[in-house]
Every structure is written in C-alpha cells, then in structure tokens.
Design a protein around this ligand. Structure first.
Ligand SMILES: Cc1cc2nc3c(=O)[nH]c(=O)nc-3n(C[C@H](O)[C@H](O)[C@H](O)COP(=O)(O)O)c2cc1C
Length: 192
C-alpha cells in the first residue's frame, strides 16, 4: 500500500519536513511512504498550459498520485491559509482527478500555540471539494520548535498522536480498497 507524502514547506530546516521524516520512520512494510521531493519544482498552475502542453514534471506528479493509495500532507500555516506551494500543487491535480476518493491525513507544525489549525480547515475544504476523503481531526503540532530536534520529532506525545493518525489513515485506505473491489465485482457481475 503506497502513501504519497507532500510537504507544504520548501525550507531546508522545515518543521513540517521533520514531521514527515518522523512519520516515515513509523511506517512499516507492507506500507510504503514516498515523499514527493519538492513541490517547488512544479510551475505555477496555468489552465492554458494544462490544455495545450502538460509539463513533464506535472504529468509525473499526477502519475505518482494516481499510483498512491492515500496521501499524507504536512504543511505550515501561512497567513491563516496553507502555503502557496501546496495550493499550487493541488490546483494541478484538479483537472487530473487523481485525488478523487483517496484518503488524506493532514498534519501541521507551527511555532504558534494554534498548531496550524486554520491551514488545516482551509486545506480540508479544498481537498473535499476535489473529492478526497479527508480524515477528521488531523494532527496539530503547536509550539513545534520545542518538539523537533535534529530534523525529527522528539516529543513522545506528538509521536503517539502521529501513530494514531497513521493507523487511521491505514484503516481508511484498506476500507477504500475494499469498497473499490466490491464495486468492481458488482460491475463484473452485472455484465455477465
Ligand atoms: C509569511 C509567513 C506567514 C506565517 N503565518 C502564520 C500563521 O498564519 N499561523 C501560524 O501558526 N504560523 C505562521 N507563520 C509561522 C510558520 O508557522 C513558521 O514559519 C513555520 O516554521 C513554517 O513551517 P516550516 O518550519 O515547515 O517551514 C508564518 C510564517 C511566515 C514566513
């Protein structure tokens, strides 16, 4: 089962990238967590370009998402929304439809006490309108500068909460797969 991880920050010392590193440490086979290396490689969304000549980097990004069973997103909150880099990536996915029906878990780390809650509500609305199945209650990591060291989350209660979220993501992916298989056998039955 493949999970694609997206980070909304391009910073080298990003707290959210550290959160994704720690999440990857918690995944064990048969789970596979692939991190999309850098959303900053994607050009700004342009509907004309999408229609006439889809950039290779965008086609590759869509293909990776198409192969994934679910998504794990860690994003900063910028001015009470998500980051522009992540919003741009999502805009490229609207037309492709690869995100539809995929379970998505949200995480946000912030130095503030709110932990990026507004970025998550904002993202949840956007992803839902794109057809994704956003898990309720993503992971908020407030005062994250005290909970990250050496590029990893060091706070035990945050790691426990992260494990609980990843377990829920695994269960949602398994459930989505079961539903797809059932729908497939139903269609097959109807045609024979
Ligand atoms: C332009 C800008 C806007 C920000 N706005 C918010 C905000 O609305 N809420 C918040 O909790 N933090 C805000 N922050 C602080 C970020 O949460 C903080 O810089 C965080 O470390 C960014 O995530 P990263 O470490 O993964 O790069 C803002 C930071 C910047 C640079």
């Amino acid at each position: 089962m493949k999970i694609l991880a997206l980070c909304g920050s391009l910073r080298a010392e990003s707290l959210n990238a550290a959160v994704l590193r720690s999440a990857a440490d918690l995944f064990v086979a048969p789970w596979e967590l692939t991190r999309e290396p850098d959303l900053g490689r994607l050009p700004f969304f342009n509907a004309d370009v999408e229609e006439t000549a889809l950039p290779e980097v965008v086609a590759g990004f869509r293909a990776k998402l198409g192969e994934a069973d679910g998504l794990l997103i860690a994003t900063p909150e910028y001015a009470h929304g998500t980051s522009g880099v992540l919003k741009n990536a999502l805009e490229w996915l609207v037309g492709g439809g690869e995100i539809a029906d995929k379970p998505v878990a949200l995480m946000s780390a912030s130095p503030a006490v709110t932990g990026g809650n507004r970025a998550q509500s904002w993202l949840s609305e956007t992803l839902t309108v794109m057809g994704a199945r956003v898990l309720e209650d993503g992971l908020l990591i407030p005062q994250a500068t005290r909970k990250v060291a050496g590029g990893r989350v060091t706070d035990e209660s945050t790691l426990t909460a992260m494990k609980e979220l990843l377990d829920r993501l695994s269960a949602a992916v398994a459930e989505a797969r079961r539903a797809r298989a059932e729908a497939g056998s139903f269609t097959l039955g109807a045609t024979t």
